[in-house]
Design a protein around this ligand. Structure first.
Ligand SMILES: Cc1ncc(C[n+]2csc(CCOP(=O)(O)OP(=O)(O)O)c2C)c(N)n1
Ligand SMILES: [Mg+2]
Length: 566
């Protein structure tokens, strides 16, 4: 990890605060600092322990976005953070907070900086240990739970330290790209600390000697290797390093692949882009290209099982440069106190000159023209191929877990199109609430959700919020009558893998807006998609009845690997 320098200058993230703050209440200061970090929306559901802060938010430039459930608010804030740089969710004590656990756990696992703000009983109300409503075991239960799910947390009980605590915790979210927790007893929200607060931002720097040595070693190796390649991961996106990555790749002509979680960090039509690297689960040519490399730069990559094809990935550490926000390793040498950004930037500046590796022609959805077969029953691979034709720079694709994700990995991401998915934590129910977060973070873009029927039944009611905001989101429900992935994982006709068949396409009518479509064939899907794309008045939901027994190739490959381990 890099050194922390305390400065009184503006931080790179969360800049623009005055050096001294006086006259603000704890709640007002928190709002000011959230704005410094670019937060314009806070997701959640009010309750009496957080009402004072909600009214403060209401009077501020930050918009409160209410959802149908707290876990959905968490998913929305997570997606907002992924697209915007930081997100926030604000809920009441325990009944609200504890409902957030799963979404916040996902944000932790996948490095998404979500600020969890929660109210709690006032300090003065706690005398004599009363049984106040929403209390679980003692007043700290919720705090203790979130301690396990967040990178930093604080309970704002002391006016003298409250502002510093807010600074510290928000800085941790920006530094580590993980969720943080801020609990405000309700009688502290309006308290104005007496002491002026000297604003201090913690600015991270690399150790220059270590950085120079690491970059020199990487440069030497790149200059003498034969088959270099880059595997770019999700941290490139989280730390905003896409331009730096491109500078390195283009300057040294190093081919790039990405992991599933890192999909969309660069345009998949870039001439140096090889494909998605997913170990033995992915395209054989890409796997071979990466694993044959004698100098593989893993940049901002998580070594997770799904990212690396259920550990079938055959990567020899002796042939890798592994750089993330947490560690830097070149072969078996470990370097400390080097920031990922500095490492990539400095290495790019040296312009190493490895031999130019011919890039294999990988067959993907853009290689062949999609020819519609209007009367054929719709299959997920054909649906994705058709959707692929309509993707452009103005689309954000959000894929839920199940075949939605596996099939969607085949989409060819263009320009700076975003692709979001909980590809590592793999919690069902992420996508529809996440669409709310992405639409609010980037109202100029259009979100397309791909979600299985099972996952939709979990949080699909957030469609109601999309309707409320009149976002032109397109939600494609892959209806295969149940938990298709589980059926493949563990073959047999188990009732527990079936879900109640819903008339999903009728939900827009029930929720009071948007348009529903029900399709069985390719021709019907094509017509529905065209109509949905042309309609920007509100959300569209396309219920696609998949051909029986249908599944993507990626799912078949994955389940084959997974089932061997179960
Ligand atoms: C919250 C949660 N519960 C359970 C699971 C286990 N699980 C993984 S995939 C899956 C089935 C998904 O069904 P569906 O959304 O219809 O997608 P399909 O597999 O049919 O494409 C289940 C139950 C999970 N990943 N997340
Ligand atoms: Mg299903």
């Amino acid at each position: 990890m890099a050194r922390t320098e305390i400065t009184t200058q503006h931080a790179r993230d969360g800049h623009a605060s005055p050096a001294h703050v006086t006259g603000l209440s704890i709640g007002e200061y928190l709002i000011r600092r959230l704005q410094d970090y670019g937060i314009g929306h806070v997701f959640g559901i009010p309750g009496d322990y957080i009402l004072q802060f909600y009214s403060m938010l209401d009077a501020s430039p930050i918009e409160v976005v209410t959802t149908t459930r707290e876990d959905s608010a968490g998913f929305a804030a997570d997606a907002y953070a992924r697209v915007n740089g930081m997100g926030a969710v604000c809920v009441t004590y325990c009944v609200g907070g504890l409902s957030l656990c799963n979404s916040v756990a996902g944000a932790y696992a996948e490095k998404s900086p979500v600020v969890v703000i929660t109210g709690s009983p006032g300090l003065k109300e706690r005398n004599n240990n009363p049984l106040l409503h929403h209390r679980v075991r003692d007043f700290r239960t919720q705090y203790d739970v979130f301690e396990k799910l967040c990178i930093a947390g604080t309970e704002l009980t002391d006016p003298h330290t409250a502002f510093q605590e807010i600074d510290r915790v928000l800085h941790a979210a920006a530094r580590y790209k993980r969720p943080v927790y801020i609990e405000i007893p309700r009688d502290m929200v309006g308290v104005v600390p007496e002491m002026p607060h000297p604003f201090q931002s913690t600015h991270l720097v690399s150790d220059p000697d270590v950085l120079a040595e690491a970059v020199a070693e990487a440069e030497r190796w790149l200059n003498t290797c034969q088959r270099p390649a880059i595997v770019g991961g999700v941290e490139i996106h989280r730390f905003g390093l896409a331009d730096e990555l491109l500078q390195l790749a283009e300057g040294s002509q190093i081919p790039i692949t990405t992991t599933m979680l890192g999909k969309s960090i660069i345009s998949e039509t870039h001439p140096l882009f090889v494909g998605l690297y997913e170990g033995a689960m992915g395209n054989e040519q890409v796997t071979k290209f990466v694993e044959e490399s004698d100098c593989l730069l893993l940049l901002g990559t998580f070594m997770t099982d799904i990212n690396l094809g259920i550990y079938t990935a055959n990567l020899d550490p002796g042939k890798c440069i592994y750089a993330t926000s947490e560690q830097l390793r070149i072969r078996h040498h470990h370097f400390h106190n080097v920031l990922l950004a500095d490492f990539i930037r400095e290495l790019a500046a040296r312009r190493p000159k490895p031999p130019k590796r011919p890039i294999p022609k990988i067959k993907n959805l853009s290689s062949e023209k999609f020819v519609l077969e209007p009367d054929e029953e719709i299959r997920v691979s054909r649906l994705i191929a058709r959707l692929n034709e309509s993707l452009d720079d103005e689309t954000v694709v959000v894929a839920d877990i199940g075949d939605s994700l596996f099939a969607a990995t085949e989409l060819v991401i263009r320009g700076r199109t975003e692709f979001l998915s909980p590809a590592y934590y793999t919690s069902m129910g992420f996508s529809v609430p996440a669409a709310l977060g992405t639409q609010l973070a980037r109202p100029d873009l259009r979100t397309v959700v791909i979600v299985g029927d099972g996952a939709f039944q979990m949080t699909g009611q957030e469609l109601s919020s999309l309707i409320r905001h009149r976002f032109p989101t397109i939600v494609i429900v892959l209806d295969n009558g149940g938990y298709g992935t589980e059926r493949f994982l563990h073959p047999g006709t188990f009732k527990f893998n079936d879900v109640q068949p819903w008339a999903y396409h009728k939900l827009p009518e029930v929720y009071g807006g948007g348009t529903g479509y029900e399709v069985w064939t390719e021709g019907q899907f094509d017509a529905a998609l065209k109509s949905a794309l042309a309609d920007t008045s509100g959300p569209s939901l396309i219920q696609a009845h998949l051909k029986e027994g249908d599944h993507s190739h990626a799912l078949a490959r994955l389940t084959e690997k997974l089932s061997k381990r179960i």
